[in-house]
Structures are given as C-alpha cells and as structure tokens.
Design a protein around this ligand. Structure first.
Ligand code: SAH
Ligand code: SF4
Ligand code: F3S
Length: 474
C-alpha cells in the first residue's frame, strides 16, 4: 500500500497560522469590525467534525459567526458527495447567494469538502457558478487559511483540489465544538474499501489513523470540559491502526479510553462488518461506559448483490456476526444502512433484503435508494431496473422497518433505561429529550435542570419514533 500518512509538520502548522494572522489584520484594517462567517455543513458526522475544525481556524482568523449565509462576510459550504440529492441541495443554496453577493461585493463564498474534491464539480463551478470565490477539496483542508488569504489578496477566484491521496493528518487546530454534552472525536480519516457504489474513497483519500496518544489527549480534554457523550468517528473504525507504526487496534483504543476517569459514555461509528471482531464485542461488553450499540451497515441481504458491491462478506457471515454480537451483549441496540435498487437488483435480491431485516430486527434502519456516482465501479454497470420499481421496493422496506421499530419500542414500555438528558423538545407533557445508550429518543417529564445529566428513566408509552417516560421512582 502507498506511503505512511504523516501528521502535519510544526512548520506547516506555523505557516498556516501566519496566513490566519494576515487575514485577521486585513479584515480589521479594511472593515474596522469583526468579520462574520457562516459554515453550512452537509453529509456525515465526519463532515460535522471537519466543520468544527474549519470554525476553529476561522476563530484564529478573527471571525465571529452568524447562522445566516446571506449576512456573512465569508459563507463556507462544507459539502457531501455521497448521493446526488446532497449535491443538488448545495448548488441550490449557493445559487441563492447571488443576490446577497451583488449587494455586498466584498462577501466571499467558499465551497469545500467531499463534493468539492471532484474534478467534475470543480469544472462545473468554474463555468456555471461565478458566485463561488474559493473552492478547495478535502485533501487540502489544512491549507484553508493560505487559500483564503490568496483569494483576499489577489481578488481572483481560487481553486485547489490538489493534495496527496495518502493524506495529511491535521493536529494542533482547536475545533470549535457545539456547547452541550455531546462531542465528535475523529480517530481516523479516509477509506480503503472501495465499495463499488461509493464515492467516499475517491474524495477522502486513503485510510489514516490518528496516533493513539493524540486521540487519548483530546478525549481527556473533552471529559474535563464536561462532554459526556463522546462518539469516535471513522468511515470504518474497525480498521483503526492497521498498517500504522503503533501497536493499538480499535478494541485496544476503546479499552484505554473506557478506563479514563470521569462520567461519560463512549460511542463509535461506523463499523464495517468485514472487520468487526469478537475482541471488539468482548471489549464493549466488559465496560459499562461503552454504549451497547452497533451501527453495522449491511447494505443488501443478497449475497449476489453484496459481492457486486464489493462488501467482502455475504449474508450468512453478516447474520453470524450479529449473532456473535448479541451473544456478548444481550441488550444490544442494532442499527444499519441499506441500499435499495443497486444496479440490476432483482425482485429476489430485494426479497432477501426484506428477509434479513425481518430476521435481524434492527432498532433503526437508514434506507437509501441507490444513487449513481460518476467514477465509481458501479457507475459503469448498465442498470435495467426501472425507477418506479426501486421506489416501490423502498416503500415496502420502510413499511416493514416501521413495524419493527414500533414493536421494538413497545418492548421498552415498563423498563428503565439510563439515558443522557440532552435538551428540550416540543412535547408539552414530556418537555425534555434524552437518548438511551442505543440512541433511542426518550421524551421525558421533568425539570430543565436535568439537562446534561444521566438519569434513570422508566418508559410509560411509545410511538414508532420515540419513547415517553419519567424519572424512576426510588
Ligand atoms: N463507511 C460507512 C458508510 C458511509 S456512507 C460504511 O461503510 O458503513 C453512509 C451510507 O450511505 C452507506 O452506508 C450507504 O448505505 C449509503 N451510500 C453510500 N453510497 C451510496 C450511493 N451511491 N447510493 C446510495 N446510498 C449510498
Ligand atoms: Fe463507502 Fe464502503 Fe468506505 Fe463505507 S466502507 S465509506 S460504504 S467505500
Ligand atoms: Fe458525504 Fe463525504 Fe461524509 S461524501 S457522507 S460528507 S465522507
């Protein structure tokens, strides 16, 4: 495999800080007030975590924040390429800034992230979206200050999707996290799996793991700052550490983090079934502060389709894995992703997906209709399945899962769960919201002073989407 990924050098980090300082001075001199930025994030939690880093860099550059892109001096769109719909939404929202920019020509519109990393998108933006001043891809995220400075100084449009696929690991930038009790903690970047339908490996580069010491230090800081629900992030956390110069796999990392002192719960996502191990399940089972929840995408219930998807497991192996996980953790909550309408998926293939869903009884299922992504292997397959058939299958799957989610929630009534109270919702009788270890939503009777605390909650009633309860009576 290619070369070892490297952590960003001290010199490069310092160089970028100098660009940040120049931007800070420039805005102060030309505007005489603090400039405002808006970051609009699409896609997965990794992108959310990247946006927190980008906001951290913006703070270094002197920016304050506004939630309204048309009020911002710098509107940054951190984009997602995983399905066509995500791309269309971004273009719609960027186009909508044309008027604001005409009113305030000094405004800068920037686009970054997975969608921006693609040559095809770069060309489209160059030609058809003159409102975009700056476009940079995921590989050069760490160069954001330099690229913005180039734009500010030259007044010309800047495009940079260069960068090494092996990737640089960015350390030393303080992410700007949301206040509250939940935090994302990226432990690795990129993906090596090349599932045939998926664009992620092309736009995120090769798999690279942060040093365990860097992860642990950030984890400790989060706990000290009062975060209580910490999610370790990676496209495939189960391959953490593979091919690295340190001796720590994902289960080892989890083990170490769970031994840290403090009041917290650890989550992680996503797990690829091909490398989820018994060692992982054992580790999860042994520690009360690791959520008994697995997000284990199966994508299809048909072994034929799984092979075409290049997932490297079949239906039987997936089912055996679920069985093993439940053996170690009887109360395990399971969620999954599934794609309907992969090219030439037959009615029989789809029946296999339904039967797997019926057999496993997931608590929660994220369902997607296949979206053709230019440049992927599956995009070359001539797809004969009519769109109407795909929509019909999609609806059947939703109906099946809704019934299952409802039944699984019904089984929770009368039981007591430890859950983190995380905010206020819209229900008058049950005004607070909480999340169980398994990420189930509980609407809770009680006082807002409970927010940010763990509570034992007895479930009184349910719907398909939520549980309703009160604090356990002693
Ligand atoms: N790394 C994770 C998934 C990241 S993408 C994993 O492998 O499990 C999140 C989900 O989007 C995937 O699990 C898949 O179900 C869906 N997805 C990815 N590419 C897609 C495509 N081209 N069309 C439809 N859904 C897709
Ligand atoms: Fe995409 Fe597969 Fe990688 Fe997940 S594991 S990001 S689905 S290529
Ligand atoms: Fe989208 Fe990139 Fe995540 S393509 S799903 S934002 S890794």
């Amino acid at each position: 495999m290619g070369k070892q990924p490297i952590t960003i050098s001290k010199e490069e980090l310092e160089r970028q800080r100098e660009f940040s300082e120049q931007i800070r001075r420039h805005y102060l001199e030309t505007m005489g007030r603090q400039p405002l930025a808006c970051v609009d994030t699409y896609g997965c939690q990794q992108n959310e975590a990247d946006s927190q880093l980008l906001r951290g860099m913006m703070i270094d550059m002197g920016f304050g924040f506004t939630p309204e892109p048309d009020q911002a001096d710098l509107a940054l769109f951190n984009t997602c390429a995983v399905r066509e719909h995500a791309e269309q939404r971004v273009f719609g929202n960027i186009g909508a800034l044309t008027h604001a920019k005409r009113r305030r020509p000094g405004m800068i519109v920037a686009m970054c992230g997975c969608m921006a990393q693609q040559e095809r998108i770069k060309e489209k933006v160059k030609k058809s979206f003159p409102v975009v001043d700056l476009l940079f891809g995921s590989h050069v995220l760490y160069r954001f200050p330099e690229l913005l400075w180039r734009r500010v100084q030259s007044g010309k449009r800047v495009f940079d999707i260069s960068g090494d696929e092996a990737g640089v690991i960015l350390e030393g930038v303080q992410p700007q996290r949301d206040r509250g009790v939940k935090a994302w903690l990226p432990i690795m970047y990129g993906c090596n799996n090349f599932c045939s339908y998926c664009i992620v490996p092309y736009v995120r580069g090769r798999e690279r793991s942060r040093q365990p010491e860097a992860v642990k230090a950030e984890f400790r800081r989060l706990v000290e700052e009062g975060y209580k629900d910490i999610t370790l992030l990676g496209q495939n956390v189960n391959s953490y550490g593979i091919g690295c110069d340190f001796d720590c796999d994902f289960a080892d990392l989890l083990e170490d983090l769970s031994r840290e002192p403090g009041d917290f719960i650890i989550r992680f996502m996503t797990s690829h079934p091909k490398d989820a191990s018994e060692k992982l399940f054992e580790t999860m089972a042994r520690h009360d502060n690791i959520a008994k929840h697995l997000h284990l995408p199966f994508q299809s219930g048909s072994s034929r389709v799984l092979e075409q998807m290049n997932r490297r497991y079949d239906r039987e192996q997936y089912l055996a894995l679920v069985q093993a996980a439940r053996r170690h953790m009887p109360g395990l909550t399971l969620s999954s992703d599934v794609i309907v309408g992969f090219p030439n998926e037959t009615e029989e293939d789809f029946e296999q997906t339904l039967s797997l869903v019926e057999q496993v009884q997931f608590d929660n299922l994220f369902t997607f209709i296949y979206s053709r992504r230019e440049g992927t292997a599956a995009a070359r397959i001539q797809d004969e399945t009519p769109a109407e058939d795909k929509k019909r299958r999609f609806q059947r799957l939703l109906d099946l899962q809704n019934g299952i989610s409802n039944r699984r929630n019904a089984q929770c009534v009368g039981k007591t769960f430890r859950a983190l109270v995380d905010g206020e919702g819209q229900d008058e009788e049950y005004p607070l919201t909480a999340r169980t270890e398994g990420q189930k939503l509980i609407r809770l009777k009680g006082d807002p002073s409970l927010i940010g605390k763990f509570a034992d909650i007895t479930i009184e009633k349910h719907t398909t989407w939520a549980l309703f309860g009160s604090l356990r009576q002693e």
